[in-house]
Design a protein around this ligand. Structure first.
Ligand SMILES: Nc1ncnc2c1ncn2[C@@H]1O[C@H](COP(=O)(O)OP(=O)(O)OP(=O)(O)O)[C@@H](O)[C@H]1O
Ligand SMILES: [Mg+2]
Length: 450
């Protein structure tokens, strides 16, 4: 690919000159900077496709230049060069979005190849961006969109229930651990409801302090409190005719629970600083990762409110209960993040899939999504391998039950010894050396005992 603009940055003048000639001969426009500051100036004034920069430079070093460039011009690709080819710098640079990393002395063939690939990717991303902008318009137009991936029975039944209750006006409570997709279910319900073209207003009950939460929900009149210079419409009013999604409802302060209950019961409330009731037609969806029944027992959550909200209960199942969804979700996020990063990735290696399947996913789907996004960024060869996964997941062994033997008390020790040895041998697939290691005896002792 020729006629791209490449910005070369190196404080070593001779090296800069050599590279300049090399890329000019390839037909590229070449800009040269001998330090980071000059590079930034050039970057601001020119449309640059690729930056190839030295890492070790005074003032602004290559990693800092990388960060600055990503901020200024996110579409620009960056290749790092360093005489100190430490793995740490490479990893750091790749994490921060560098396309590649080369160690000095730089080989002509290597740098030409790396820059060509970087430029191809750059072109692809620009193209994708234009394409995505088009797609986004189409999606927004046809109203649909929320995609919930999974085949497990637990997920399917939650999905079926969501679709089924969508068209009614019943309040829905969605519970499940963090990252299981509660918000996604809420959006799906709204999209399938008759209110889909009406506003969906979301309030995160955990994010706001009590005093602000109240005025956010119900609004206020001018002069209701110092600083209330004009009337403000609350979220309930904003959602009139549509849906209000109360996220993290389990964190709603106790005193607010009574006020919320009243609106749910009567469909009216007053703005702060007013006595005039406001009537609204709002469907309420609520979600929480908390155990509300336990909170009720502790006296932290009002039972009457619970039953109001919990007309329909949808449970978003934790990922560890539906391991069969892991490969599907991994594939889904892989496609999404490969496209987002302009990478071509064909799939996940069987070993990496095993590692993913063996992990317990305390952060559920959100954790898996993050792991896949990271793997896409780190991947170098178009296939996700275990070394593209975080160490604690890569080393995870598929959970297997420890084996037991059951021995009646009073069994002679010799007999017990024989049973343990036989079972251990079985466990190791007949490998006597390994069995001896596990039992802490010499291999020949095994022969003798048997
Ligand atoms: N079944 C699924 N298919 C596709 N994406 C999913 C699925 N479940 C969750 N996700 C994605 O995982 C991320 C977390 O989901 P979401 O925010 O809905 O979780 P949550 O249950 O509301 O978590 P929290 O309790 O932390 O608020 C989002 O990016 C969401 O798009
Ligand atoms: Mg959420």
């Amino acid at each position: 690919m020729s006629d791209a603009t490449i910005l070369l940055v190196d404080d070593e003048a001779a090296h800069l000159k050599t590279l300049e000639k090399l890329f000019a001969r390839e037909g590229h426009d070449v800009l040269c900077a001998s330090d980071g500051q000059q590079a930034l100036d050039l970057l601001r004034a020119n449309s640059v496709d690729l930056i190839i920069t030295d890492v070790m430079m005074p003032e602004i070093n290559g990693l800092e230049l990388l960060q600055l460039a990503r901020t200024l011009r996110p579409e620009v690709e960056v290749i790092l060069m360093s005489a100190f080819g430490t793995v740490e710098i490479a990893v750091q640079g790749m994490k921060e979005g560098a396309y590649d990393f080369l160690t000095k002395p730089i080989k002509r063939a290597a740098i030409l190849k790396a820059s060509q690939k970087a430029l191809e990717r750059q072109a692809l991303i620009s193209e994708n961006r234009a394409l995505r902008a088009e797609l986004a318009k189409v999606r927004a137009g046809d109203g649909g969109g929320t995609l919930i991936v999974g085949q497990s029975v637990a997920l399917r039944s939650a999905l079926d229930l969501s679709r089924q209750v969508a068209s009614s006006d019943a309040n829905v409570l969605i519970t499940g651990e963090s990252g299981t997709g509660k918000e996604l279910f809420a959006r799906l319900i709204v999209e399938h409801s008759e209110r889909s073209d009406q506003p969906l207003v979301t309030v995160n009950c955990a994010a706001l302090p009590e005093s602000i939460l109240e005025s956010e929900l119900f609004g206020y009149e001018r002069g209701a409190f110092t600083g209330a210079n004009q009337r403000k419409i609350g979220r309930f009013e904003a959602a009139d005719g549509g849906t209000l999604f109360l996220d993290e409802i389990g964190d709603l302060p106790f005193s607010m629970q009574a006020k919320l209950l009243r609106v749910l019961q009567e469909g009216t409330f007053e703005r702060l600083g007013s006595n005039t009731p406001v009537k609204v037609d709002v469907r309420v969806l609520a979600a929480t990762h908390r155990d509300l029944e336990a909170a009720m027992r502790e006296g932290e959550f009002r039972e009457d409110l619970y039953y109001r909200l919990n007309v329909i209960h949808i449970t978003a199942p934790p990922l560890r209960r539906r391991p069969e969804d892991v490969p599907l979700l991994a594939e889904h996020f892989l496609t999404r993040y490969a496209a987002k990063n302009g990478r071509e990735i064909s799939g996940v290696s069987p070993e990496a899939l095993d590692a993913l399947a063996g992990h317990s996913w305390p952060g559920n789907v959100r954790e898996l999504e993050n792991v896949i996004e990271r793997a896409v960024v780190l991947d170098r060869d178009g296939l996700i391998h275990t070394d593209d996964l975080p160490a604690h997941i890569a080393s995870a062994q598929p959970a297997s039950e420890p084996r037991h033997i059951l021995v009646p008390l009073g069994t002679p020790l010799e007999e017990i010894e024989r049973m343990v040895i036989t079972e251990t041998l079985e466990m190791t697939g007949g490998n006597k050396k390994l069995a001896a290691k596990l039992l802490g005896i010499a291999a020949r002792t095994i022969y003798r005992k048997l």
